[in-house]
Every structure is written in structure tokens, then in C-alpha cells.
Design a protein around this ligand. Structure first.
Ligand SMILES: [Zn+2]
Length: 81
């Protein structure tokens, strides 16, 4: 390794160290959360088409659509429908 390359290598090492420090700084726990708390999700009341229970769905139920409550949805997912 000649002198010039060695210099570049040292400089790269310095930069890498600085990047490491920056990463550690960003990863350090801060008092203030970086993300804004999510607004409450809007839900619509619906009647489950499987068990008839009243439930809340995160979308506006369209007439004639098959609404499943959380439980029935989970069951149908497990059954593989
Ligand atoms: Zn149900």
C-alpha cells in the first residue's frame, strides 16, 4: 500500500467512526417519541353475517357485504376460506 492510498484508508476509517457515532446517537433512547401518536381509527357499527353479533369494522360496510366480527374473521382465516 503506497502512501497516498494509506491516507485515503485512514480518512475512510475516520468517516466510518463518525457514522458509527451518529448511528449510536440516533439509536439512543430519547424522551420525545419521533413518531406522532396515531389518530384513533374510525370504525363503523356492523352486524356480523356469521354470528349476528354487533361489531365495529374499520371500513364503511356496504349494503349486502359479508361482515365478519373479529372472532368470525379469525375463524375463517384459520379455516382457510
Ligand atoms: Zn361473528
Amino acid at each position: 500500500m503506497d502512501k497516498e492510498n494509506e491516507m485515503v484508508y485512514v480518512k475512510l476509517n475516520e468517516i466510518e467512526e463518525k457514522i458509527d457515532t451518529l448511528i449510536r446517537m440516533t439509536k439512543a433512547p430519547t424522551q420525545q417519541p419521533l413518531t406522532q401518536p396515531l389518530p384513533p381509527k374510525q370504525t363503523w357499527p356492523a352486524i356480523c353475517s356469521m354470528c349476528g353479533v354487533q361489531c365495529q369494522v374499520p371500513f364503511k360496510p356496504s349494503p349486502g357485504s359479508q361482515i365478519k366480527c373479529r372472532q368470525c374473521y379469525a375463524q375463517s382465516q384459520q379455516a382457510g376460506y
